[in-house]
Design a binder for this molecule. Structure first.
Ligand SMILES: *Cc1c(COP(=O)(O)O)cnc(C)c1O
Length: 422
């Protein structure tokens, strides 16, 4: 299924013309395909077959409640990185017993909330965090299941901002220290060793570093079992890349089958957890925006649109590239445009694209914007965060209203007078 295809009247999302959505909810807005989200999840699930597994969708890729609800409906687990994400999962109807809690800086109250909710596993990233988890578990008279997030020191060959498995990264515990860390955790009250975990980075276009890391995790499992520390699952993290209009990302089915085969070859049958984010929602969403102005400066032709880096930060933050297409279908050979937003930063460029001759008011779709799009949106320049829509066959649902100015200023004091504290 390709959910975004041209039909009568231009580009569609499933069976709904994007022009109709723009008319109804305005622009900029994110539009997601329910069918595509479900299909992406099922590719992973089917690849595992009967092998024991859990797919824990990484909420940070897109935590919009309706999207979490779609995944909860499939029986997905969730990977979270904050107490706020825990509450989102709960609100969307996700089972908290399927939640894996990752992240390098969990606060005391976040740790306590996770333990009280009965999450499946807390992936700890430092000895100090083990102390914190132990204290909270003892206080709550509960047992906290943990895995140590291992930093396997493999180079995932991706953008440095999204590489997390190198020795010099802030994430995880170095592979040389990890046995001691498990020993330390095993001696702590309130803690139960559940698994081993890693996540080496995002937008990985090759599974070799992932497999390398997976094998290192299995080496660790062997060692731990030899020490009498029982391991019940292996969490391989997320990170599989998507095409963004270039070469497609790694084959997900092949990757899952490779892990299952590797388990077998190493005489292990431990349940596997994966934490995909981008590869579930990335290609299921577009950012729909309208041309406000056209101009040329020097040799460059600019299309100024009503979405900016505050709506979709990836190009400005990582130099990420997204395919950009018009909603109108045209055979016009086209010309090159720099598609830029209204934000007062030179980095506010959504991308460059060969587009049919544009007119004011034309609609443009920034493709594969479903992951790390709305989730990273901000109010920079006092801009209101965009609306979000889920298309389901021939119907569409407004799942997040466009922010209002009142939302924007709701938490602010008007003047200094009444808010002074000693
Ligand atoms: C971000 C993240 C993921 C998801 O990564 P994707 O590249 O979106 O698949 C999974 N696990 C952890 C711990 C993460 O921080």
């Amino acid at each position: 299924m390709n959910p975004f295809e041209y039909g009568d009247g231009g580009l569609y999302a499933e069976e709904v013309p994007l022009s109709r959505i723009a008319e109804d909810v305005g622009t900029p807005c994110y539009v997601y395909s329910r069918g595509r989200i479900e299909e992406n999840w099922k590719v992973y699930n089917d690849a595992f077959g009967d092998y024991p597994h859990r797919i824990c969708y990484a909420v940070k890729a897109n935590g919009t409640l309706a999207i979490l609800g779609i995944l909860a409906g499939l029986g997905s687990g969730f990977d979270i990185v904050s107490g706020g994400e825990l509450r989102r999962v709960e609100m969307a109807g996700g089972a908290l017993s399927t939640v894996v809690f990752s992240g390098v800086g969990k606060t005391r109250s976040e740790v306590a909330a996770a333990i009280a909710s009965g999450v499946a596993c807390i992936d700890v990233e430092s000895p100090d965090e083990i102390d914190r988890v132990s204290e909270a578990a003892v206080y709550l008279q509960r047992t906290a299941p943990i895995a140590v997030r291992v930093n396997p020191d493999v180079d995932p060959d991706t953008h440095p901002y999204i590489a997390t498995g190198l020795k010099s990264s802030k994430f995880g515990i170095g592979i040389d220290r990890v046995i001691d860390t498990y020993r330390y955790a095993a001696g702590k009250p309130g803690i139960e060793i559940a698994g081993v975990a890693c996540h080496i980075g995002s937008q990985l276009m090759d599974t070799e570093p992932l497999l390398d890391a997976f094998n290192r995790l299995l080496d660790l499992v062997d060692t731990l079992q030899g020490l009498g520390i029982n391991i019940r699952h292996v969490d391989a993290g997320g990170g599989l890349g998507i095409g963004y209009g270039r070469v497609p990302g790694p084959d997900r089915t092949v990757w899952i089958k490779t892990m299952v085969e590797t388990m077998g070859r190493r005489m292990q049958q431990l349940p596997i957890i994966i934490e995909p984010g981008r590869s579930i929602v990335g290609d299921a969403g577009v950012l729909l925006t309208r041309v406000e102005y056209l101009k040329t400066n020097g040799s460059k032709r600019f299309a100024v649109v009503d979405a900016g880096m505050n709506d979709l930060l990836r190009p400005a933050l990582y130099g990420a590239r997204h395919d950009i297409i018009t909603v109108k279908q045209s055979t016009d050979a086209g010309q090159r445009y720099d598609v830029v937003g209204p934000v007062c930063e030179s980095a506010d460029v959504l991308g460059t694209a060969l587009l049919p001759s544009l007119e004011l008011g034309d609609l443009i779709a920034v493709k594969e914007a479903g992951a790390y799009g709305s989730a990273m949106a901000s109010n920079y320049n006092a801009r209101l965060r965009p609306a979000e829509v889920v298309v389901d066959g021939g119907r569409f649902h407004l799942v997040r209203q466009r922010e209002t100015f009142e939302n924007l200023v709701a938490l602010e004091a008007l003047a200094l007078g009444e808010t002074a504290t000693q």
